[in-house]
Design a binder for this molecule. Structure first.
Ligand SMILES: NC(=O)C1=CN([C@@H]2O[C@H](COP(=O)(O)OP(=O)(O)OC[C@H]3O[C@@H](n4cnc5c(N)ncnc54)[C@H](O)[C@@H]3O)[C@@H](O)[C@H]2O)C=CC1
Ligand SMILES: O=C(O)CCC(=O)C(=O)O
Length: 424
C-alpha cells in the first residue's frame, strides 16, 4: 500500500484507533516484524466518483469507497455505509475489523468495507436507487461472489442490496444473488439475516449475564441506536425478558425505568421515522443514555461514543458492543482498569450479522435454502464456539477480552499470509 494512501487513512481517528488496537495485539503475540505491515494495512483502497441525476434534473456527484483489507483468507466481506461523515480512513478501519471478525469466528472470508459520503435521508427513493446502482456499476470489476461480497451497514438496507444485486446481475447477464448478502428473502436473502446482528448481540450478552449469575428477568438494558442492529437487539432482549429501559437514535434518546415496549417503539418509528416524542417515555440525550444505571449497555450506532470523558461514569455490568468501534483506546484502558464491566468486543459481539451473511452466500451458491430454525441454531453454535475460544485465550494469556478476541483474529490472518508465502 502506498505511503501517500496510508497517510491519508491516518487522517481518520477511527483508523488510528484500529491501528493502535492492531499494534497492541501484534506486540502481545510477538507477531514477526516482517508480517506486521502486510497484515495491518489494507490490500486495496478504491475511491470512485458517483454522478447521479437528481429529481430536479441537476447532476450531483457523490464520493464512494471500497476498501479490501485482506484477501488472503477468502473473498473479502463487509457492509457498505451511507453516511455524510464517511471517510476513506473510517472505511479502512471498518474493513480491518471485518478481517479480524471473520477470522475470529472462523469464516472463510477476508475483510472489506464500503462507504458513500451522503446523508441518505436527503435523497428521494429514486435518487437513492440511482446512487446505489451507480455504486455497483463503478465497483463491478472489483467485486464478485469469489472476490468481495458487500452487505448492509449504517444507512443501507435490504432494498439497497436488491438494487445492487440487480445491477450486477444485469452486467453479467444472469441472476447472481451471491454478489451481496442482506438481500430481501424474495431475491435470495436468508431467513434470519435481518435479525442476525441484533439477535447475536442479545444472545451473547445473556450468556455473560449467566456467567455473572444474573437472570434476564432481574436485568435491564439501554440500547443506543435504533436501526437494524439496535432495534433487533432491543427486540431480542425483550424476548429474553430483559427490561429495556432506554433507546435512542440520531435525534436523541427515550427513557422509562419501568420498561419501554419495544414492539410499540418499532411501530412508532415505522410511522414517525424517529424515536423523538415516543409516548410513555421521557426524553434523554444520547450522552445521558450511556451513563444510565443498567445491567447491559449496548451501543449500536456509531464509533467512538465511549471515551476518556465518560468511561469512568458508565454504570453497566456488561458492555455489549453492537456497533463497530464504539469504545476509544483510552476508554478501553479505563474500563480495563475499573475491572467491574464485562466488555464484549465488537468483533465478537456483532459478528452474528456476517455469520448469517455467510449462510446466505452459501445458500445462494448452492441454490438450496434453509429454514429459520436451522439458520438460528447454526448461528448460536458459531457464536458459542467463538465466545469459548475468546474466554480460553483471555484466561490463558491474562488478556482483556478485546485483546483476546483481536489476537485470535489477527493471528489467523497472519498465519494464512505466512503460509501463502511472501507474495500472495
Ligand atoms: N447491519 C449490520 O448487519 C451490522 C452493523 N454493524 C454495526 O452496527 C452499527 C449500526 O448499524 P446499523 O444498525 O446497520 O445501521 P442503521 O443505519 O440501520 O441504524 C443506525 C442507527 O443509529 C442511529 N444513529 C446515527 N447517528 C447516531 C448518533 N450520533 N447517536 C445515536 N444514534 C445515532 C440512527 O438514527 C439509527 O437508529 C454500526 O456500527 C455498524 O457498523 C455491525 C455488524 C453488522
Ligand atoms: O454481513 C456482512 O457481510 C458484513 C456485516 C458488517 O458490515 C459488519 O459486521 O460490520
Amino acid at each position: 500500500m502506498s505511503k501517500v494512501i496510508i497517510s491519508t487513512l491516518y487522517d481518520s481517528d477511527v483508523f488510528k484507533m484500529a491501528c493502535r488496537q492492531f499494534d497492541k495485539a501484534a506486540d502481545a503475540i510477538n507477531l514477526p516484524e516482517n508480517l506486521r505491515d502486510r497484515t495491518k494495512y489494507p490490500k486495496r483502497c478504491l475511491a470512485v466518483a458517483l454522478p447521479i441525476r437528481r429529481d430536479d434534473g441537476s447532476i450531483s456527484v457523490f464520493e464512494g469507497y471500497r476498501v479490501q483489507h485482506n484477501l488472503s483468507t477468502g473473498p473479502s466481506k463487509g457492509g457498505i455505509r451511507y453516511h455524510q461523515n464517511v471517510t476513506i480512513g473510517e472505511v479502512a478501519a471498518l474493513a480491518m475489523w471485518m478481517s479480524w471478525k471473520c477470522s475470529l469466528v472462523g469464516l472463510p472470508y477476508g475483510g472489506a468495507k464500503g462507504g458513500v459520503v451522503v446523508d441518505p435521508r436527503e435523497l428521494s427513493d429514486g435518487e437513492l436507487e440511482r446512487l446505489s446502482r451507480r455504486y455497483m456499476q463503478e465497483m463491478v470489476n472489483f467485486l464478485g461472489p469469489h472476490v468481495d461480497v458487500p452487505a448492509p451497514d449504517v444507512g443501507t438496507n435490504e432494498r439497497v442490496m436488491a438494487w445492487m444485486m440487480d445491477t450486477y446481475s444485469n452486467h453479467v447477464g444472469h441472476i447472481e444473488p451471491s454478489i451481496v448478502t442482506g438481500k430481501p428473502i424474495s431475491v435470495g436473502g436468508s431467513q434470519g439475516r435481518r435479525e442476525a446482528t441484533g439477535a447475536g448481540v442479545a444472545y451473547l450478552a445473556t450468556r455473560y449475564l449467566e456467567d455473572l449469575g444474573l437472570s434476564p428477568a432481574s436485568s435491564t438494558v439501554a440500547v443506543q441506536g435504533f436501526g437494524n442492529v439496535g432495534s433487533e437487539a432491543a427486540l431480542a432482549f425483550e424476548n429474553y425478558g430483559v427490561k429495556v429501559i432506554a433507546l435512542s437514535d440520531y435525534t436523541g434518546g427515550v427513557y422509562n425505568p419501568n420498561g419501554i415496549n419495544v414492539r410499540k417503539a418499532v411501530a412508532y418509528v415505522r410511522s414517525q421515522k424517529v424515536l423523538r416524542d415516543l409516548p410513555d417515555a421521557e426524553p434523554i440525550t444520547n450522552e445521558q443514555l450511556l451513563e444510565l444505571p443498567c445491567t447491559v449497555l449496548a451501543p449500536c450506532a456509531l464509533e467512538r461514543v465511549i471515551t476518556e470523558a465518560n468511561a469512568s461514569k458508565l454504570r453497566c455490568r456488561v458492555l455489549a458492543e453492537g456497533a463497530n468501534g464504539p469504545t476509544t483506546n483510552s476508554a478501553d484502558r479505563i474500563i480495563d482498569e475499573r475491572g467491574d464491566i464485562e466488555l464484549i468486543p465488537d468483533v465478537l459481539c456483532n459478528s452474528g450479522g456476517v455469520v448469517v451473511s455467510y449462510f446466505e452466500w452459501i445458500q445462494n451458491l448452492q441454490n438450496y435454502y434453509w429454514d429459520r430454525d436451522e439458520v438460528m441454531k447454526k448461528l448460536y453454535a458459531i457464536l458459542d464456539k467463538a465466545r469459548e475460544s475468546v474466554e480460553y485465550q483471555k484466561r490463558k494469556l491474562k488478556f482483556s477480552r478485546r485483546l483476546a478476541a483481536l489476537t485470535l483474529g489477527i493471528q489467523r490472518v497472519a498465519d494464512a499470509k505466512a503460509a501463502r508465502g511472501l507474495f500472495p
